[in-house]
Design a protein around this ligand. Structure first.
Ligand code: UDP
Ligand code: MG
Length: 336
């Protein structure tokens, strides 16, 4: 593998120190005590033959099964290993976010702490990233999970996410991914958004691809999720959809709908006034009157939401110094 991984830094993030390892491997851990020793060894093995330096960041998400104590012991005897202990169980997305914030590498690899992802696939992802991508997502082609409660909902969710976000990858839920760190450095994750990182990155103009990876059945401990996750994922999807389409122009949705509703309401109102004044018709008991009033009220509300959205959007971008665009590279002429 070449070393060009390190030379690629189109937009260097401010919170990255200059001297970090090449790679940060970020692993969320919630009650995975049996898996941790093999995980640490497998990651060391997979990176041994590359000439890249790395750190392994285990983010403990409030484990209660002894993972905390084990991680402490391991950190004391394992080079490259760092552990971050969250105060309580926050969930996988916050745990990964904590890992991102502490990562010092130029490349970030994420994977699950339960050995369902195979650390041996990491070099393959790195090689793919080296071809010029900003994000390489794993695709669990032969996924080892329950068919009805996990595979089917995930198939539907993946299809839906692909349709709505326009990012065509097969498996959003796969934690095994490789990123250039400048991509995640200013990504803000909420809810279950970690699985939408490819979509969010795509919105920010990143070059994305996927690669089939191995997947194993869970050997130790048990899954932290059930069917309920699908619903949360779908709700998050709506958020992402909105971010993609209208984040910088909420007035274009709400204002437009609001004005339509107001115009329709006014039209009906004028019509009713007309028939009342011109023909002396009784309009007090007409459904049209109710419709007109409802349209006017919702119209005004939609319009105001659009205005508020514009204000909030400005606060969102300006308070964080978040540009509304992303530069891949800027070059200029230099005199020899
Ligand atoms: N995880 C976490 N906090 C949670 C739930 C899960 O850090 O609240 C971690 C968990 O330890 C594992 C990864 O997230 O490393 C994926 O969880 P799990 O294997 O239960 O999900 P599944 O593979 O069943 O989708
Ligand atoms: Mg798992």
């Amino acid at each position: 593998m070449s070393n060009s991984l390190s030379s690629h830094s189109p937009e260097i993030s401010l919170n990255l120190p200059l001297l970090g390892p090449d790679i940060s491997v970020v692993v969320p851990i919630y009650n995975e005590v049996e898996s941790i020793p093999r995980l640490i060894d497998a990651i060391a093995d997979s990176l041994k033959d590359t000439n890249l330096s790395y750190e392994l960041i285990c983010v403990d998400d409030g484990s209660t099964d002894g993972s905390v104590e084990l991680l402490r012991e391991k950190v004391a005897i394992t080079p490259h290993l760092r552990a971050i202990f969250l105060r309580r169980n926050y969930g996988q997305t916050p745990a990964m976010s904590a890992g991102f914030n502490h990562a010092r590498g130029r490349i970030i690899i994420t994977l699950d702490g339960d050995l369902q992802n195979d650390p041996a696939d990491i070099p393959m992802l790195l090689a793919k990233l080296d071809e010029g991508y900003d994000l390489v997502s794993g695709w669990r082609k032969k996924r080892q999970d329950a068919a009805l409660t996990r595979l089917l909902p995930s198939k539907i969710a993946n299809w839906l996410i692909g349709k709505i976000t326009g990012v065509k990858i097969h498996d959003y839920g796969c934690s095994l991914k490789a990123y250039r760190s400048e991509l995640v450095a200013d990504m803000h994750l909420y809810g279950e958004l970690h699985r939408f990182l490819p979509a969010l990155a795509f919105i920010e103009g990143a070059r994305i691809t996927e690669l089939p990876v191995r997947h194993h059945a869970r050997q130790y401990g048990k899954s932290k999720y059930g069917l309920g996750r699908t619903f949360r994922v779908v709700l998050d999807l709506l958020t992402v959809f909105f971010m993609k389409k209208f984040l910088t122009r909420p007035m274009h949705v709400f204002g437009f709908l609001g004005i339509l509703a107001i115009l329709a309401g006014l039209f009906l109102g004028f019509y009713l006034t007309f028939v009342k004044l011109a023909f002396g018709e009784n309009i007090g008991d007409r459904p049209l009157l109710i419709l007109s009033v409802v349209l006017l009220l919702t119209g005004v509300q939609l319009f105001s939401i659009g205005l508020l959205g514009e204000l909030l959007m400005r606060t969102y971008h300006e308070s964080q110094g978040r540009p509304i665009y992303r530069v891949r590279e800027a070059i200029e002429h230099k005199e020899k």
